[in-house]
Write a protein that binds this ligand. Structure first.
Ligand code: FAD
Length: 421
């Protein structure tokens, strides 16, 4: 029986372990902490009281042990991997494997914001930090919030139920969306007491606790500061090739450059032409974990990834898959973008495609009804569809949306006309 060792008990690790055990492998999960990971996507729900703490783990420990026969070794932190001898070193000994799946996720980076240790500053790294903020919210009236998009907007919306929020965007725009989409969200957020501000946070100031933040020389009074720290891939010492963003490079079977070693989730980066791309999404981690587990157990599976995201932010519906034009250019693709958007009530669509082959690399849709297109958008990108496939593609007629052609099909038609000029 193939011995599959999965390192990390998060979304990707549990998916890999279950998939490998369903194919008859003898599976062990080595998890460094004292429990399986939390489903991090649900953490913001703690702030609006939407999800009871009991439902936050990615899986039930007893269930995966009893139902799937998986051995879960908690507190087993893997320090290094030796793929030649088929063994990992842990803090307490060694574990042998025939195939290894790395699913070690990401690690928060230290934040060098001045004044961050003052009382009233909430550094959001763990379940306990979200719980602490949730409890403190009743005593806070104005919060300054900083972190990467779109998470900062998700958290701002959750806490805006009880207080006013100023979100400092840095130079950030919503990843993969054209800039005017952030304008749509800003307009929708304002009546909810949420202000989106350009500029970085330079410091937190106050005598005994956080009383204000400083950004570009301006003082913004507040009585709470929320910091969503940046993170980067977390990995034990190993010889596999690393990608442009610090993760282990994998192909679409989740194989790394080391024989018998697979990787999935936030610690992995998928090869894309001469570059590599991280996904850092729950949905990608799940699919990568499935494929890695099947292949580690001797099967043949290919992850069909689209890096898709679907969100409703302050009533603005958004969905996206694939990459934006800037990322495409960095990867040496001859990609261009067509954007049907205006900052109005209508739906905005942008497509990123190769002007020679017409292959689609990215789709972004924002506005009423966008969420209903999210699975379609994901499939179009992951299946490598071309503008020609979409421009005259039939989609169901939805009278309540007051449109008889899909906005994606219309935008593909515009792009095709432009590409043929
Ligand atoms: C607040 C928040 C909200 C999010 N919201 C969304 C969302 O709405 N939609 C979306 O798609 N994604 C979202 N994400 C991203 C998503 O949660 C991650 O992509 C996903 O959790 C990654 O899963 P993973 O299994 O790779 O890593 P993790 O869930 O981080 O699990 C990694 C596990 O490995 C263990 N580990 C690490 N190193 C070792 C070691 N050396 N030895 C043994 N064990 C080790 C860790 O203890 C951990 O349990 C969000 C993330 C955050 C933080």
């Amino acid at each position: 029986m193939t011995r599959v060792l999965v390192v990390g008990g998060g979304v990707a690790g549990v998916a890999a372990a279950v998939a490998a055990s369903e194919r008859g492998a003898d599976v062990t999960i080595a998890e460094g902490s004292g429990s399986l990971a939390y489903n991090k996507s649900l953490l913001p729900n703690l702030l609006s009281g939407g999800c009871p703490p009991a439902g936050l783990h990615v899986a039930d420990l007893n269930d995966i042990s009893e139902r799937f026969g998986i051995e879960v070794r908690l507190g087993e932190h893997v320090v290094s991997v030796d793929s030649d001898s088929g063994c990992v070193r842990t803090r307490s000994g060694r574990l042998a494997f025939d195939a290894l799946v790395l699913a070690t996720g990401s690690l928060y980076l230290p934040d060098d914001l001045k004044g961050v240790s003052k009382p009233g500053v909430f550094m959001m790294r763990s379940f306990d930090d979200y719980l602490a903020l949730s409890r403190a919210l009743t005593g806070v009236s104005r919060v300054a919030l900083v972190g990467s998009l779109p998470l900062s907007l998700i958290v701002a919306e959750a806490i805006s139920r009880t207080c006013r929020v100023s979100v400092f965007l840095g130079e950030g725009s919503l990843p993969r969306f054209p800039r005017h989409v952030l304008g749509m969200i800003s307009k929708a957020a304002a009546p909810r007491g949420v202000q989106l501000l350009e500029g970085h946070l330079d410091a937190v100031v106050g005598v005994k606790r956080a009383e204000a933040v400083i950004s570009a020389g301006t003082v913004h009074p507040c009585d709470g500061v929320v910091v969503l720290p940046r993170s980067s891939p977390s990995l034990p010492a190993l010889d596999c090739i690393r990608g442009d963003h610090g993760g282990v490079v994998v192909d679409d079977s989740m194989r790394t450059s080391c024989r018998g070693v697979y990787a999935a989730g936030d610690c992995a980066e998928v090869r894309f032409g001469s570059a590599s791309l991280p996904s850092r999404l729950h949905s990608s981690s799940l699919v990568m974990g499935d494929a890695a587990g099947i292949n580690a157990a001797g099967g043949m599976a290919r992850a069909s990834l689209s890096r898709c995201l679907a969100l409703d932010l302050f009533g603005v519906e958004l969905c996206t898959a694939g990459i934006d034009a800037e990322a495409a250019k960095k990867m040496g693709l001859d990609a261009t973008e067509v954007d049907s958007g205006e900052d109005g009530g209508s739906i905005c669509t942008s497509l990123v495609y190769d002007r020679t082959t017409h292959r689609l690399y990215g789709i972004q849709v924002a506005g009423p009804g966008a969420l209903s297109l999210s699975d379609y958008v994901s499939f179009v990108v992951s299946s490598g569809a071309r503008l020609d496939d979409l421009a005259y593609h039939e989609s169901p007629y939805l009278p309540h949306f007051n449109r008889d052609r899909s906005p994606i099909s219309l935008t593909a038609g515009q792009a095709l006309a432009r590409a043929r000029r």
